[in-house]
Structure formats: C-alpha cells, structure tokens
Design a binder for this molecule. Sequence first.
Ligand code: SF4
Length: 65
Amino acid sequence: MKVHVDQEKCQGHSRCYILAPELFDVDDLGNGFERGDGTVPEGLEDKAQLAVDNCPEFAITITTD
Ligand code: SF4
C-alpha cells in the first residue's frame, strides 16, 4: 500500500500530517506530501485511510500493488 498527495489539489491544511505524521510531512506552506516513496508500513493502513477520509481537498490517494 502506498499513499500519494496530489500537489495540484492540496491546499495546505496539514490535516494529513496531524493525523498521520508517520506517513506525511508538510512544507513551509503547510502543504502535505508523503514521506519517502509513500509506502505505508504494516500496521499503519488505518491511519492512511483516516488521512484520505479527512483530507478536505480529496488530494490523497491510496494505491495497492
Ligand atoms: S490534508 Fe489534504 S489538503 Fe491538507 S495538507 Fe494534507 S493533502 Fe493537503
């Protein structure tokens, strides 16, 4: 499972980072981006989904292999 932030959609609310700092970081403007290549470590799948569900811009997507 991987998460990805669409920078075109992200409006910088930092909610993803607040909810799942293990998976997301934010830049100086508060725009979120996935850590590393976005791979979700085992056990953090629920947090990934929580971030998706709480992103007001629908900017986060989850992909599975
Ligand atoms: S919650 Fe969504 S809009 Fe807000 S910083 Fe994260 S990806 Fe961007």
